[in-house]
Ligand binder design. Sequence first.
Ligand SMILES: [Zn+2]
Length: 262
Amino acid sequence: MKNNNLKKNNHYGVCHICGKTGMLTFEHIPPKKAYNWERAKIYNGYEALSKSQGEPARYSNSQQGMGKYSLCQSCNNNTGTWYAQAYCDFAMDVIKSLHKGDQPLKHGDIINYRFKDCPALQIVKQVIAMFCSLLPYHEVKRLGFDRLLLEQKSNTVDKELFDLRMYLTSVENGQVMCGPTAVLIKKPNSIEASWVSDLSVYPFGFILNLTPEIPVNYGGSIMDMFDVDYDDKCEFELTLQYLERSNNALPLPLMFKELPNK
Ligand SMILES: [Zn+2]
């Protein structure tokens, strides 16, 4: 009887990190303290596609901020304790610096940041944790993200399997969560389909390219952030491009305005 009741609950399912079946908890994407406490519209890739074909997309209008019921209590707590704070500090630093600038950013602008005492591995692991909520669990496993996140200090990733890129976004261009979606990339003599997930969480956007053999040129790769140890506080430079979406109502990955010619 009790078991039956559990299964009726919407939030019963497979944890996107450890793969155990049970009650799922709400994972804030990005973490709540990183500017995520307002109502949010949440789309997934399939809904975005149906919208592009003229049907209205369904979204959850979440009062809790943006996120998903995707992680078990234990994984939610662990990622929160091990990775989220570093990410929040990093995001709030960049938000402060963006507010200091007297000129608003323009699409395609490039800004150089120099960070000091920055726990780069913790930050990038929080980014991976956010993507895990958007990926089906079998993809999380194939990519090795389960082991990466379950072992607090691990920095083991297979760089042949994915590329992770980062850009800057505005509040208005705000929050978009796209699960892995095929994106057609026009080449001189052919069209190739890359498999991409796009997560735009002010002030950042992240692109997870699951077909790294077909490079995505937006933003800059942050794969180097996996090369340090968990406790390392590094000094590093990051070149971030500011990108605006061509259509805010149509949340498809990589739908950016055309870039001005260099
Ligand atoms: Zn779990």
